[in-house]
Each structure stands twice: as structure tokens, then as C-alpha cells.
Design a protein around this ligand. Structure first.
Ligand code: GTP
Ligand code: MG
Length: 208
């Protein structure tokens, strides 16, 4: 069992909690209840035939929690960085979130999946909308910052309301994290020899 701490980040109201709840199979709540500080959940999953235990930290996005949030990043191995396609400000704030994430997790640059949420509202909204092209461009910009580290930042479009691509967002992130761990020799995915319990414990420790 691989234990993976991930953080859900992005501006207040972009849908971090809704995405977490959808992933956990709890359905969709249309009323906004702002997260205070952080919420925590665990979920087991199987990705590419490997058993995973996610420790999901769903952080409060409102500015008033700016100081409080920093402690929750420590030990994170990857992040879903979420913005709301109907709120351009949440897209333009992405650099702020990247800086926080890479500044406080304790290991510098770690994988990010950039998530464009609320795509069910694209057709309905008459305001300015962030396009798939803009989303991809931002992910490419992030990848320029991480390619030296040996990984890319991917882009995915979701709706917590309809559930579209929610599972994929989590598995894309864990695949990225595991590939990186394998590259760095922390995880031998292709090993044919069964691992001893000591080896397994050490992998779990390194991924925590
Ligand atoms: N239509 C639609 N509404 C969404 C979607 N995701 C979230 N919402 C709504 O957006 C509002 C905010 O969602 P939350 O998940 O609470 O946002 P958050 O990012 O956790 O916000 P903070 O906890 O304050 O940081 C709620 O009213 C949700 O119902 C979506 O994909 N589509
Ligand atoms: Mg929340």
C-alpha cells in the first residue's frame, strides 16, 4: 500500500470541497459552505494495478486563511490546483498557489494537475470564460518550470456537479507522482521480486 498525501488548492469557491466530495462518492451540494482552515479525508484506490491510500487535504482558499494554510502543505507529494472557468481571477491567481505549494511542502517542486472546474457552466455563463486553450497554456508554463525536475504539469477539465473527469484528475496526479518516484529510484514499479515488509515500510515512509 502506497500512502500519498495530496493537497487540493485554489481560490475560495472554485470547487475544491465539491471535487473531494464527488471523488468520495458523496454527491454534489449546490450550497456553498466555505472550508475553515482545512478538511481531511482518506480514500483507497487502485491506479495502474497499485493499491493507493490518498490522504486528501482540502485547504481553505479564502484570503483570510492565507497565514493558516502553510502548515498543511508539509509532506505533500502532489496537488490538484483548481480554478473556476467562470471566474478569470481564479485562473490569474494560479501563480500565487504554485508559489505557496512549492514553498511550503518541504521538497520544492512537486507534481501539479491543473484542474479547470465547473465546465458545466461554460454554456450558461454570459461573463468572461477561461477557454481550454488558456488552461493548456498555463499548464505548459508550469511544465517549463518543472521539466528540469523530470516531470510535466498536466491539464484536465472537470465538473464536480456532473462528476465528469473527477476520477481521472486524481489518477492522473497519482500516476505523475508515482512515475516521478520511480524515476528517482524511490519506487521500483517494474521489480519482479516481491518486496519485503521492511522495503514496503520504507517506501510508504518516503512517500509520506
Ligand atoms: N455548477 C457547478 N457548481 C460547482 C462546481 N463545483 C463546485 N460548485 C459550487 O461552487 C461553490 C463552491 O464550491 P466549494 O467546493 O465549496 O469551493 P471551495 O473551493 O472548497 O471553497 P473554499 O472552501 O472556500 O476554499 C458551491 O456552491 C458548489 O456547489 C461545478 O463543477 N459546477
Ligand atoms: Mg472548501
Amino acid at each position: 500500500m502506497i500512502v500519498l498525501k495530496i493537497v487540493l488548492i485554489g481560490d475560495g469557491g472554485v470547487g475544491k470541497t465539491a471535487i473531494r466530495e464527488s471523488y468520495l462518492g458523496h454527491g454534489f451540494e449546490s450550497q456553498y459552505v466555505m472550508t475553515i482552515g482545512a478538511d481531511f479525508a482518506m480514500q483507497d484506490d487502485i491506479v495502474n494495478g497499485r493499491k493507493l491510500r490518498y490522504q486528501i487535504w482540502d485547504l481553505a482558499g479564502q484570503d483570510r486563511f492565507d497565514g493558516v494554510r502553510n502548515v498543511y502543505y508539509r509532506g505533500a507529494k502532489g496537488s490538484l490546483l483548481i480554478f473556476d472557468v467562470t471566474r478569470p481571477d481564479s485562473y490569474f491567481n494560479i501563480p500565487k498557489w504554485v508559489k505557496e505549494l512549492w514553498g511550503f511542502n518541504g521538497q520544492g517542486k512537486i507534481p501539479i494537475v491543473l484542474v479547470a472546474n465547473k465546465i458545466d457552466l461554460r454554456e450558461l455563463s454570459d461573463g468572461e470564460i477561461i477557454s481550454p486553450d488558456q488552461g493548456r497554456k498555463m499548464a505548459e508554463k508550469l511544465t517549463k518550470l518543472t521539466s528540469k525536475e523530470g516531470f510535466a504539469c498536466h491539464y484536465i477539465e472537470t465538473s464536480a456537479k456532473t462528476g465528469v473527469k473527477i476520477q481521472d484528475a486524481f489518477s492522473l496526479l497519482s500516476e505523475n507522482v508515482m512515475n516521478l518516484a520511480e524515476k528517482r529510484g524511490l519506487l521500483k514499479l517494474k521489480s519482479s521480486r516481491p518486496k519485503s515488509s521492511l522495503e514496503r515500510q520504507s517506501i510508504v515512509k518516503q512517500l509520506q
